[in-house]
Design a protein around this ligand. Structure first.
Ligand SMILES: *[C@@H]1O[C@H](CO)[C@@H](O)[C@H](O)[C@H]1NC(C)=O
Ligand SMILES: *[C@@H]1O[C@H](CO)[C@@H](O)[C@H](O)[C@H]1NC(C)=O
Ligand SMILES: *[C@@H]1O[C@H](CO)[C@@H](O)[C@H](O)[C@H]1NC(C)=O
Ligand SMILES: *[C@@H]1O[C@H](CO)[C@@H](O)[C@H](O)[C@H]1NC(C)=O
Ligand SMILES: *[C@@H]1O[C@H](CO)[C@@H](O)[C@H](O)[C@H]1NC(C)=O
Ligand SMILES: *[C@@H]1O[C@H](CO)[C@@H](O)[C@H](O)[C@H]1NC(C)=O
Ligand SMILES: *[C@@H]1O[C@H](CO)[C@@H](O)[C@H](O)[C@H]1NC(C)=O
Length: 419
């Protein structure tokens, strides 16, 4: 997915009974903690507290450079939380962050001096949010220098369940009551005339691992139609027409660009929800798919001791109606949903209002808690793909794939030493 940056601006006003707590910092800034809990340096936020009825938050998307906008800035949103308004603007200038309630970071890289400037212009209490829908291994550009490891991001907004604001790509919900309606029973086997498909849009050379080579190798044993950039079949740009083609396949290769904890992207959820194929997966661990996906809905490549064994299993499933249909039994037990992009990105109303809900939980105190992007739930959660040697062979050396950029400090070492 393309990197985007943005700046967000928001104004914050608080209701009648403001609980002011005046603190004195080492540099003598006067700080106000509003009823809603955000700390402010009162001098730098002249527009606060003027309106006693409404609460206005100002978000700023801090961008590396202008351009590539999803929305037309500045955006004004009225959230469902009563009376809360949000303004989202962007900037490429560190000094613009002063006085904003929330600063959103989605792209880098930033040079050391830029991190320093951002820290300099930060308003005490301001919330910095690390935003990404990409796995940790491919967004090292958002990593602050290690000295700022515990003083940069207050919160994370990612697909990972440990993130402070959680936006999973998709999820499975079991039905609350046991449904045995025969209406749900369908012979999926009869509907599928083709074997397996792989759709790729970019990164044919691979990021964490060489998935194109994996597909080419598996293709020596089973038929795989390669659509998109890394293959030579093309799909209609019309979604409903593309879907008709893809739905004919028994299997879909849902190969993530890297193997990071809980990174189960739309490639996986689309296979289940829209394409109604059995996904063949490499990405998260088996345990994660078991935990997050519908029961018996996928084939985890790492379950097999060799590529031949995987191929044999695919043949068995593809030629046995009963076995094949067993991968669809979950449709009678629950349902899969996907979260629209708008809920996973705080420049849109839906995403911004999720941030607002979280801000509303900050009461009269701020915490020293900050999201540590170096921790085991984030950068420390990426691993080599596969437990089996035959899959591990497809992994790249981490340094080569992840750090093409000229990061000259020791951030990289942590990752290289990682799992
Ligand atoms: C900021 O806070 C200080 C200390 O409480 C106070 O003296 C000053 O008047 C405040 N300034 C504004 C603009 O509210
Ligand atoms: C906002 O609240 C209304 C009424 O409670 C509800 O119907 C609507 O779905 C909510 N919208 C969002 C985006 O949450
Ligand atoms: C939004 O940001 C742009 C670019 O930084 C700036 O020119 C504009 O004045 C800002 N708008 C508001 C309402 O702050
Ligand atoms: C956000 O993190 C910074 C840096 O650690 C901290 O100074 C600030 O108080 C935090 N904000 C809140 C509201 O907790
Ligand atoms: C394109 O597809 C044809 C037919 O399947 C195949 O023979 C050919 O090698 C493919 N070309 C590439 C570049 O994959
Ligand atoms: C996609 O194709 C369907 C069926 O041919 C057609 O009805 C629909 O209008 C198309 N949609 C777009 C956006 O072109
Ligand atoms: C990185 O580590 C090496 C070896 O410990 C050290 O010589 C070098 O100065 C470090 N670089 C930075 C930018 O901290």
């Amino acid at each position: 997915m393309q990197q985007r940056r943005f700046v967000v601006l928001s104004i914050f006003t608080v209701i009648v009974t403001l609980a002011f707590i005046i603190l004195t910092q080492e540099d003598d800034f006067a700080i106000i903690i509003s009823e809603k809990g955000l700390l402010r340096q009162n001098e730098s936020i002249p527009h606060f507290f003027h309106n006693e009825e409404d609460v206005k938050y100002e978000f700023l998307a801090y961008k590396k450079k202008p351009g590539w906008h999803f929305v037309k800035y500045p955006c004004n949103y009225q959230c469902n939380v009563s009376g809360v308004e949000v303004t989202v603007n962007y900037s490429t200038n560190p000094s613009d962050i002063t006085g904003k309630d929330v600063v959103l970071f989605r792209t880098g890289p930033f040079e050391l001096h830029e991190w320093e400037e951002l820290q300099y212009y930060r308003t005490p209490g301001q919330i910095w949010i690390f935003v990404t829908q990409e796995p940790a291994s491919i967004v090292p550009r958002l990593l602050p220098p290690k000295i700022y490891r515990h003083t940069t991001y207050n919160w994370s907004f990612t697909f990972h369940s440990t993130s402070d604001i959680y936006g999973a790509y998709g999820w499975y919900t079991p039905f609350s009551t046991k449904t045995t309606s025969s209406k749900l029973i369908r012979n999926w086997y009869q509907e599928k005339s083709e074997f397996a498909a792989w759709i790729s849009s970019r990164h044919c050379e691979g990021l964490g691992w060489d998935r194109t080579r994996f597909v080419l190798d598996l293709r020596k044993h089973v038929p795989i139609d390669m659509y998109g950039k890394c293959g030579n079949l093309s799909l209609s740009r019309n979604d409903s027409m593309a879907e008709k083609v893809i739905q004919k396949y028994k299997f879909h290769l849902s190969l993530e660009n890297s193997c990071c904890s809980e990174y189960l992207s739309e490639k996986f959820w689309n296979a289940l929800q829209n394409w109604k194929s059995v996904p063949i997966v490499i990405g998260g661990t088996k345990e994660e798919y078991v935990r997050l996906a519908p029961p018996n809905s996928f084939i985890h490549a790492d379950d097999f001791p060799s590529i031949e064994a995987l191929a044999r299993h695919l043949h068995t499933v593809a030629t046995n109606e009963k076995v094949f249909n067993s991968y669809f039994e979950w449709h009678q037990k629950g349902t899969v949903d996907q979260l629209s992009f708008r809920f996973r990105h705080p420049v849109f109303k839906e995403g911004a209002c999720k941030v607002v809900e979280k801000l509303q939980q900050l009461h009269t105190k701020y915490s020293e808690y900050t999201f540590d992007p170096y921790s085991t739930s984030w950068f420390g959660s990426c691993y080599k793909c596969g437990e089996h040697h035959w899959i591990q062979r497809y992994n790249f050396l981490w340094k080569r794939t992840i750090f093409q950029d000229d990061w000259q400090d020791n951030r990289t070492l942590y990752l290289l030493d990682g799992k």
